[in-house]
Design a protein around this ligand. Structure first.
Ligand SMILES: [Fe+2]
Length: 263
């Protein structure tokens, strides 16, 4: 069984068994990912070994020092966990792209769910920046084309983490990087701007630039570009981190995800 189901053109569900895909199917998976920016596979019984092997078909798994590795054997698989007793926002609760504050952010991010609350309760929202670019007026395309964004690991999304670190008296080193706002991925233009880490444009932040930033954030996260992924156990999602914004939605309960980022 191998079936691709488009989700309003903003994502695709793929029905298959990732333990048994052939080269032709892998090609189809990759082209579907390029087309939609985010794809997901329900009902996958993957060992850590097979999960990592599948990830390697897309590139080199990155080391992510900010999260704990699964174990010594699989340091590239990091654990994203929320317990029902946890207070405050979840990890990643604002639209962002992963690690935009590094020189070379990962091209892809993968999550495999191990434990989730009831379906539809703890979603991850995605916003297609391919669609967001398409819908920009010519005037805005031209304005944004000339700009770069400056991003910080201590940006707006990290406030709670930084506060917690301050209490412990151990603040991680701030990482800052800059990237073009408009970029091209395999001949397709996209907006690359991570509101969760954004500090400023690489130019004097005049009143007009502040307004442009406000317009951009608002435009990037319009509902018409979004797809809300409902987690169920043993579901794998992969997205193009250069072309999709994503955010965790607030929830109460236990959730355990295994994450791999790919350079
Ligand atoms: Fe994230």
């Amino acid at each position: 069984m191998f079936k691709i189901i488009s989700k309003k053109n903003r994502a695709a569900e793929i029905i298959c068994n990732l333990n048994k895909i052939d080269n032709k199917q892998l090609k189809q998976i990759k082209s579907t990912l390029d087309k939609y920016g985010m794809i997901y596979f329900p009902k996958q019984k993957l060992t850590s070994k097979n999960y990592l092997n599948f990830a390697k078909k897309f590139g080199k798994p990155a080391n992510y020092p900010r999260l704990k590795g699964l174990n010594k054997k699989y340091p590239q698989i990091t654990v994203v966990q929320r317990k029902s007793t946890d207070k405050g926002p979840s990890f990643g609760e604002q639209f962002h792209t992963d690690s935009s504050y590094t020189k070379k952010p990962p091209r892809y991010t993968m999550l495999l769910s191990k434990l989730v609350p009831k379906k539809g309760v703890a979603n991850t929202d995605f916003s297609s920046q391919y669609l967001a670019y398409e819908k920009l007026s010519k005037n805005y395309k031209n304005k944004l084309k000339k700009l770069k964004g400056i991003y910080s690991s201590h940006g707006p999304i990290s406030i709670t983490t930084v506060e917690r670190e301050k209490e412990k008296g151990k603040i991680s080193k701030e990482l800052i990087s800059r990237h073009k706002i408009i970029r091209t991925i395999k001949n397709k233009k996209t907006i690359y701007c991570s509101p969760g880490h954004f500090l400023k444009f690489n130019t004097h932040m005049t009143k007009q630039k502040k307004e442009l930033k406000k317009f951009l954030f608002n435009h990037q996260t319009k509902k018409t570009f979004q797809y809300s992924l409902e987690w169920e156990k043993d579901q794998l999602a992969i997205w193009d981190n250069r072309a999709m914004l994503h955010q965790a939605t607030p929830f109460k309960g236990n959730r355990l995800l295994h994450r791999i980022t790919i350079l």
